[in-house]
Write a new protein. Structure first.
Length: 169
């Protein structure tokens, strides 16, 4: 029963991450925007082969993979311009990773119950969110892989959380 609660929190963190996606701009695929999806989906990056291709003008002319990609793009990308709510995607991103990391550390390294004080919670997530915004600005304009962005955020959370959990153990 003691290990069930961290597993539930890990699942909640994973569900939060499934609501986040990245829209690649049709004209410039290096120009990307973090979005909140209207329903959970494990696909992270969305682009439109129909709008980015200069040669193909009809949906039927696309290959089967490109047709699937176009359908996903049309389903999840409702508006082409940025929305204010999309900024919440970074909050979901940081908080989802925080929940996963803290509960995995608790399951792996610390067998007894650990406490995180509310001020530590806000400071860790505040720092994580600030770094996520900085990384996002680099990711948005430069050619950096999404897995690198996620890895940096996970490592940052481990560095911020692990010493505080050790003090409680």
């Amino acid at each position: 029963m003691k290990q069930l609660i961290p597993i539930v929190w890990i699942i909640i963190g994973l569900v939060l991450l499934t609501f986040i996606g990245v829209k690649k701009h049709p004209d410039d695929l290096n120009n990307r925007m973090v979005i909140i999806k209207h329903r959970p989906n494990f696909k992270l990056e969305f682009y439109s082969p129909l709008q980015s291709s200069k040669d193909v003008k009809l949906f039927e002319d696309l290959s089967i993979e490109e047709q699937k990609e176009e359908q996903l793009y049309q389903e999840f990308i409702k508006r082409k311009e940025a929305r204010t709510i999309d900024n919440l995607a970074l909050v979901f991103f940081q908080f989802g990773i925080y929940l996963i990391v803290i509960n995995l550390l608790q399951l792996i390294f610390f067998r007894r119950k650990t406490k995180i004080k509310i001020n530590r919670f806000f400071s860790i997530n505040g720092i994580g969110l600030a770094v996520a915004m900085g990384i996002y600005q680099i990711y948005w304009t430069e050619d950096i892989a999404l897995w690198i962005v996620i890895t940096i955020q996970i490592i940052l959370n481990i560095i911020l959380i692990f010493p505080r959990l050790r003090k409680n153990a």
